[in-house]
Design a protein around this ligand. Structure first.
Ligand code: B12
Ligand code: SF4
Length: 552
């Protein structure tokens, strides 16, 4: 049987039989930092059908985008809204484009527009349509119909306004076989870490779990079709190989919501993937990072993945209290979380984690429990302590529950809620003020994310460069800063909790914490730069050797 091509799969949706006029381009706009795979898949699908596609970063200035759109005179501009809190920003951009004479079709896709198309169309009246759920086939059909001045309204998977009404057409099934899509285009330079190129990719789409705060499973569950679809391991490795050979990529960042590991079928998938990496010769030459849950971490598979290049594991731990895990419907236990971290440490694998210090069930005691949990896992300085407050995104069960019980507050850009004990609100506000002012936890420049970035770099050096003298001493210094920073941060959390629960004296102020935090950042940057400077010849030499090997 001949191999199916992407065109063949789109045939099923009329992709090849439909008439199209590809003389006008299509513009896509989205958040491009670290590479936007959604836009990449949309662009490659359209390009494989003959369209010219231009992709712009929503973080560029409105004028730059306007200029580019005017010059392109596109059939359609497609906006990718992957973060709900960007809706007004996108709204302002669309308004600006319309006010400045751009008249072509505007559409938008992503989680929030898919799950809440009514509010999207209301908040952004400049939109002509919303593309719901996976967008490849729907966008292609929409563009084809626009290009031939045909009626686009009956197509599957969109929503639009008709007078005062909002019409949603029947949903389009999810893409059944992801391997039949063209590889996503990556119209951006790779992120380089010490000269090593990193790129995002996907081995699967969807998640079988049902965490109450997460829009992902609702996104993939609402559209018809199989919720989780894995690509063939050989195809994933083939894409990695192409990126390695054509763009010098040696660091692969799997953005799968939940890397295929859960249950016997996906466990087997992971085993095959490891086998393919060895067979292709990529194991030992490239490294990769993935996201998973604590309940899939076990020594045998993770050792095998480590030996096939796994260097960093991001886990959605989310809570260190049983009540919190229950509220978040994580279906994991605190013990599983702790065991997962211990296993990774024993295997010498670097880890990062998502953690919600505050959730709608939070009490003073659960926050202290969370702080104790964080001390248990990162009190040794193995990773920077990070945390956030759970936000009730649209389409999630927890948002509906908060709305039902009258606790939902804020607006679409900043959805929030009251805690059950009003003293907790005051505690949260004060903690956020101190933590934000000192730049400790949130934002790319903050101390904890910087610590984690340095640990990431350490893992990359250890896995992709020859052994460097002084590495152990350098790691000890970074660990000491991480340990001290974590300890103080968690102490502030705990002490402050007693200020609001028991009226204890407040020992901490932003003015006192900020210089400590700044000094740690300075120490960290100095230690790091000295170490890299000392070894720059060895690091550069390794890059040159690799480049020559690749050319040969
Ligand atoms: C990679 C990623 C990132 C990358 C961003 C890379 C990038 N430039 O795209 C980084 C690490 C920077 C990041 C950061 C954050 N992220 Co993030 N991230 C993801 C993740 C894991 C994967 C995105 C992805 O590649 N998906 C795969 C592609 C193929 O799917 P897709 O983007 O959904 O696109 C498809 C459809 O939606 C649709 N579509 C999308 N856009 C468009 C546009 C048009 C025109 C059309 C027709 C269709 C269409 O078609 C596409 C193809 O089928 C998602 C989870 C997820 N599954 O989406 C979270 C996610 C998007 N992130 C999320 C969050 C909250 C954040 C942070 C706030 C986290 C934090 N606390 O700091 C920050 C915000 C950064 C900022 N702006 O300040 C949330 C957003 C929740 C929401 N509903 O708003 C998600 C959904 C995770 C979650 N569990 O809730 N993130
Ligand atoms: S938080 Fe992670 S495990 Fe839970 S539903 Fe979302 S993607 Fe799946």
């Amino acid at each position: 049987m001949p191999e199916l091509s992407p065109f063949t799969v789109l045939n099923g949706a009329g992709g090849d039989r439909r008439q199209r006029d590809t003389s006008r381009p299509v513009v896509l706009v989205g958040f491009q930092r670290q590479g936007n795979l959604g836009l990449g898949y949309l662009a490659s699908t359209l390009r494989s059908h003959g369209y010219e596609v231009m992709v712009f970063d929503v973080e560029a200035s409105e004028d730059e985008i306007l200029e580019a759109v005017r010059a392109a005179d596109p059939l359609l501009v497609g906006f990718s809204l992957i973060f709900q809190f960007y809706i007004r920003r996108f709204g302002a951009l669309l308004r600006y484009l319309r006010e400045n004479g751009v008249t072509c079709h505007f559409t938008m896709g992503g989680h929030f527009p898919s799950l809440n198309y009514r509010d999207t169309l209301q908040l952004v009246p400049e939109l002509d349509s919303v593309v719901r759920f996976e967008g490849e086939l729907t966008l292609l059909e929409l563009v084809d119909l626009l290009s031939t001045q045909s009626d686009w309204r009956p197509i599957q998977g969109i929503a639009y306004r008709q007078g005062t009404e909002v019409i949603a057409t029947p949903l389009r099934p999810l893409v059944a076989d992801l391997d039949l899509l063209p590889y996503p285009d990556r119209d951006y330079p790779p992120v380089a870490v010490l000269g090593r190129n990193a790129m995002p990719l996907l081995a699967s789409r969807g998640c079988a779990r049902t965490c109450s705060f997460c829009s992902i499973h609702m996104f993939y569950r609402t559209a018809p079709g199989k919720i989780v679809r894995t690509r063939k391991p050989a195809q994933v490795v083939r894409e990695m190989r192409a990126l390695h050979e054509e763009r010098g990529v040696t660091i692969f960042l799997f953005q799968d919501d939940d890397f295929p590991l859960f249950g016997p079928v996906w466990h087997r998938w992971a085993g095959e993937f490891v086998g393919e990496l060895h067979q292709s010769g990529l194991a030992g030459r490239v490294i990769w990072k993935m996201n998973c849950r604590a309940d899939v971490v076990e020594p045998a598979m993770f050792a095998a993945m480590r030996d096939a290049g796994l260097y960093l594991v991001y886990m959605g731990l989310e809570s260190g209290s049983e009540e919190g895990l229950k509220t978040l419907h994580k279906q994991t236990t605190v013990e599983q979380n702790i065991r997962a971290v211990e296993t990774l440490k024993q295997l010498g694998l670097m880890f990062e984690f998502g953690f919600m210090l505050f959730d709608p069930s939070s009490t003073f005691e659960s926050v202290r429990e969370n702080a104790r949990f964080l001390r248990t896992i990162v009190g040794d300085g193995s990773a920077g302590a990070v945390f956030c407050r759970m936000l009730p995104y649209d389409g999630t069960p927890i948002k509906d529950e908060l709305a039902r019980t009258g606790r939902l507050l804020g607006d679409v850009c900043n959805p929030t809620y009251n805690f059950l004990d009003p003293r907790m609100d005051a505690f949260y506000d004060e903690l956020t003020r101190i933590v934000d002012v000192t730049g400790w936890v949130h934002g790319y420049q903050a101390l904890s994310p910087q610590l984690n970035w340095i640990w990431n770099e350490v893992a990359i050096i250890e896995r992709l460069f020859p052994q460097l003298s002084g590495m152990e001493a350098y790691k000890r210094k970074v660990r000491e800063i991480t340990r001290a920073s974590n300890e103080l941060l968690l102490r502030v959390v705990e002490d402050l909790s007693f200020v609001f629960s028991d009226g204890a004296a407040n020992l901490w102020s932003a003015g006192e914490l900020e210089p400590k935090c700044r000094r740690w950042v300075e120490d960290l940057v100095r230690e790091r730069n000295e170490f890299i400077f000392e070894h720059q010849e060895a690091l550069l030499g390794a890059l040159e050797t690799n480049a020559q090997t690749a050319c040969a």
